[in-house]
Ligand binder design. Structure first.
Ligand SMILES: Cc1cc2nc3c(=O)[nH]c(=O)nc-3n(C[C@H](O)[C@H](O)[C@H](O)COP(=O)(O)OP(=O)(O)OC[C@H]3O[C@@H](n4cnc5c(N)ncnc54)[C@H](O)[C@@H]3O)c2cc1C
Length: 201
């Protein structure tokens, strides 16, 4: 199937993207494009306007900011996974990103896109929750900071307002010497854990 007709606008600033979102009720933003593009092609999503954030290179960074790591929402998974700062101060996130799809997916997908998309099976939202991250979002009336715990309301649902854009993720630095591990369970393993009587070894 082919996507239905839509306008395409490459945003030149966050403010411009917010204005376009506010002025067009069914507009959507595009980051790595890995989730919306299949939805468009299957016509499960039919936005009238697609606002491309990929030109906003000032939203792609990892830096230390006092007691936090600040990660721009447009930073690609792979850049975060390989960041020396992330490996030193939030290794859990790097380990979790190693489980996201494969390298080609991680070269394109963005951390902000993964959090905004809110797929409960996704690694980035889970890692951000474990790391007690905060999310900086911007809308027509300015910026607000939301603790990631409480941001996810359900399947593909978050506290983001339709005209808001996630701009930055702030992660408190892990104390030196903190150890991290990430283990993933398949659906079948989860069922087995439910079924396994707790008295069994
Ligand atoms: C084959 C394949 C395998 C994958 N495997 C995995 C996996 O194993 N684990 C995993 O976690 N993910 C996986 N993904 C998902 C992928 O890694 C991306 O994380 C995900 O698609 C969202 O990131 P994106 O940058 O592509 O955002 P997009 O797909 O562009 O956007 C996703 C949604 O968020 C909105 N959005 C994007 N950025 C912002 C922003 N800054 N502010 C507000 N709203 C925004 C968009 O409007 C859209 O609704 C896979 C994808 C594919 C295609």
């Amino acid at each position: 199937m082919k996507a239905s007709t839509f306008e395409y606008h490459p945003a030149t600033s966050v403010d411009e993207a917010i204005q376009l979102l506010a002025a067009n009720e069914d507009a959507k933003v595009l980051a790595g494009g890995q989730s919306p593009v299949p939805l468009l092609n299957m016509r499960l999503a039919r936005p009238s306007l697609l606002i491309d954030l990929n030109g906003l290179t000032d939203l792609a960074y990892v830096r230390r900011d006092g007691g936090h790591l600040a990660i721009g929402a447009l930073t690609r998974h792979r850049d975060v996974e390989e960041s020396e700062l992330v490996l030193k101060h939030a290794e859990l996130l790097s380990l979790a990103l190693g489980h996201v799809g494969h390298v080609t997916i991680r070269n394109r997908g963005t951390v902000g896109g993964s959090i905004s998309h809110a797929d409960p099976a996704a690694e980035v939202p889970a890692a951000m929750t474990a790391l007690d991250a905060e999310l900086v979002v911007r809308g027509p009336s300015g910026s607000r900071t939301i603790p990631v715990r409480g941001f996810f309301l359900g399947y593909l649902m978050t506290l983001l307002e339709p005209e808001e854009i996630l701009t930055e993720i702030r992660i408190p630095l892990l104390p030196d010497g903190t150890g991290c591990a990430v283990e993933e369970l398949t659906q079948a393993q989860r069922r087995l854990l439910h079924w396994w009587p707790s008295s069994w070894p």
